[in-house]
Design a protein around this ligand. Structure first.
Ligand SMILES: [Zn+2]
Length: 198
């Protein structure tokens, strides 16, 4: 059996605020008994984190169905820092981007005819994301309305996100609706969610 992950990305928090917010979220999950403060690298394959917090005694409270006694969750990796995140097996490019100003969808990978991004279309987004990673500021222009919007405001396909804080739940049974809603409320920001397998 492969290892899978469920990820929640905060797509709004700034790089400067991400560390403190991560600590508050860990404090809360520890207080709820969902994780412990003990770190482990076993089963953690996060691209930007080597280890995660081991599940706590009450981890089952976070999942939709804990009835399989053989399904024990792995660590929760907390990824602080401005990164792009990909779901599934992970492409490094977005399939499309939706302009936050005019709502026009820019197709980057023209599935199913193409499986690679159009380099001319992707380049300005890639540049904007690179600038955002380096400085916290990065924009990409919309070819429809001409506006240049921050890469953190563009909407991406469901397998791609840019954000300064992410939580990778390694091998957890599917997280419950209630838990994900509460998690989002405590972050206080918009989130993106990914799943994937290794
Ligand atoms: Zn636009």
């Amino acid at each position: 059996m492969g290892v899978h992950f469920e990820r929640i990305v905060d797509v709004e928090v700034s790089g400067e605020e991400a560390g403190a917010l991560a600590e508050r979220m860990v404090d809360w999950m520890v207080a709820e008994g969902l994780i412990t403060r003990e770190l482990s690298s076993v089963l953690v394959y996060s691209p930007h984190a080597d280890e995660g917090y081991l599940p706590g005694p009450d981890w089952a409270r976070a999942v939709a169905d804990a009835s399989d006694p053989t399904w024990l969750p792995g660590p929760v990796a907390v990824v602080v820092g401005r990164n792009h995140h990909v779901g599934g097996q992970g492409e490094d490019e977005a399939e499309y981007a939706v302009c936050p100003r005019c709502g026009t969808r820019t197709v980057i990978i023209n599935y199913p005819e193409e499986f690679r991004p159009d380099p001319e279309v992707w380049q300005p987004f890639e540049d904007g994301i690179a600038a955002w990673k380096a400085t916290g500021q990065g924009s990409a222009p919309c070819s429809a309305c001409g506006a240049s919007a921050p890469v953190t405001e563009w909407e991406w396909d469901s397998g791609f996100a840019v954000g300064a804080l992410a939580f990778d739940f390694w091998n957890w049974p599917p997280l419950s609706e209630t838990f994900r809603a509460e998690f989002g409320r405590r972050l206080g920001h918009r989130t993106a969610e990914h799943t994937g397998k290794f």
